[in-house]
Design a protein around this ligand. Structure first.
Ligand code: IMP
Length: 423
């Protein structure tokens, strides 16, 4: 059986958590393959909002196994907090949550190093979530990292100490004012590690091989978005993992020929949190309306998200890099009430119109060229069938499908599980 992938096509926060939750009943296994607690996947059902950071979004379903894959980086402290919340809600996670031994651990000093490195960058800061993501992946590729499987072995604490000492030296090298009490942070870390240790660790690639062989259905859940990919995103304003489809192969041990559908999720407009170029960003009332109606605040950091019109140049690029087979359009309800909807269909680049995503999309190089379409005023949030959607919204959808040459299979009209229209 093939493995389906679900990925964000913009700068993250597209609504991946909601759709994974909606689709989980079709799958035996939900697997996270990259990123870590920088993610904030929001799920709403039965009048309650749940935010997951590292735990896959299938955890609220009884029958699905939830796997944290080798490509993920885990902060035991944040992981424990997520488990505590699940416990409060009587979710029996022990029987259905498994963790790859090859996943890397985020140490307290990784978080401190992230903060020191950002502070040292000044105005050029990435706008990181400061969860220690970059430094942890640096240690992974630098072959210094500590993995989940290491904590089952003797002698790993010596390696831990050496690494933490090195991090402290690196922090002081940055010469910025970072206050911390490492003893306190380490107490919290080692306590949380004991909780992590009580969960099931597995050789996850073998688990995946066998699951595929025995016909189990698997959905790989991406985090962040394609434009934050370390290779294909707006470098250096990106995260430190491959958020695109290839990341699912390396982050779970799935061969490329085992990939089935690739579900690409995008908002009906665009948002970005943190620094970096954003050609269609709005600095006017329209942008403020999107932010207010869409409640555009980061689920992990609470920071306001920057908002702008849909960027088809960037979206096409993301569809191509990922091999998207089906699209899902989120937050269509947020655009209700705009007289006109704008869509960027090309960039003006060095005096010429271009249709591809170039090396540099800084504002001095790129300005968006827009087309305008009539908007809709109807409240979509109570609609549950495609036949109820306004004609102008259907025209918008038809236009995007044609431009992207890919069907839009889901239109989301609100944060709740139920506010999901299948086409
Ligand atoms: P980091 O991954 O925390 O180092 O952050 C790097 C960049 O990616 C920053 O601009 C963050 O705001 C952004 N980022 C990281 N994770 C997410 C996410 O889950 N959603 C949206 N943006 C994110």
């Amino acid at each position: 059986m093939a493995v389906d992938l679900l990925l964000g096509l913009q700068w993250g926060d597209e609504g991946k958590g909601k759709i994974v939750d909606v689709l989980t009943s079709n799958y035996n296994i939900i697997a996270r393959f990259q990123g870590g607690p920088n993610a904030g996947h929001t799920l709403v059902f039965n009048g309650m909002k749940h935010v997951l950071h590292t735990i896959p979004s299938g955890i609220f379903h009884d029958d699905a196994v939830n796997l944290v894959g080798n490509g993920v980086v885990i902060d035991p402290v944040i992981f424990k907090r997520e488990l505590d919340k699940l416990e409060e809600q009587n979710v029996d996670y022990r029987s259905k949550l498994i963790i790859s031994r090859k996943a890397h651990l985020i140490l307290p000093t990784h978080r401190l190093l992230d903060a020191a490195s950002e502070a040292a960058k000044g105005k050029a800061k990435i706008g990181s979530t400061l969860k220690g993501i970059g430094p942890t992946y640096m240690d992974k590729t630098g072959r210094n990292g500590i993995r989940v499987g290491d904590i089952e072995l003797k002698g790993w604490k010596k390696r831990y100490r050496n690494l933490a000492n090195k991090h402290e030296a690196m922090i002081s090298f940055h010469n910025v004012d970072i206050q911390y009490d490492l003893d306190e942070l380490e107490n919290e870390f080692f306590e949380a590690l004991e909780v992590l240790k009580s969960l099931t660790f597995i050789d996850s690639e073998e688990y995946i091989f066998q699951a595929i062989k025995s016909g189990k259905s698997i959905l790989a859940e991406g985090a962040q978005g394609s434009l934050l990919d370390i290779d294909f995103g707006t470098y250096p304003f990106v995260t430190s993992s491959n958020t695109t489809a290839a990341g699912a192969c390396t982050g779970l041990g799935i061969a490329p020929n085992k990939i089935g559908d690739v579900f690409g999720i995008f908002k009906a407009y665009t948002t970005r949190v943190g620094s970096g170029p954003f050609p269609t960003e709005l600095f006017d009332e329209d942008g403020e309306t999107m932010a207010r109606v869409g409640q555009e605040f980061g689920a992990t950091t609470g920071r306001p998200r920057r908002c702008g019109w849909l960027d088809l140049v960037a979206l096409k690029y993301a569809c191509q890099v990922n091999g998207v087979t089906q699209l899902m359009m989120m937050k269509a309800d947020v655009l209700s009430g705009f007289d006109k909807i704008k869509v960027c269909t090309s960039y003006q680049y060095k005096g010429e119109a271009i249709w591809h995503f170039p090396f540099n999309i800084d504002p001095e190089n790129v300005t968006p060229n827009y087309i305008e379409m009539p908007g809709w005023s109807e409240d979509l949030t109570e609609m549950d069938d495609i036949s109820q959607l306004p004609k102008t919204l259907n025209d918008y959808i038809d236009f995007l499908e044609k431009e992207l040459d890919t069907p839009i299979k889901i239109v989301s009209v609100g944060p709740d599980r139920k506010q999901t229209i299948f086409r």
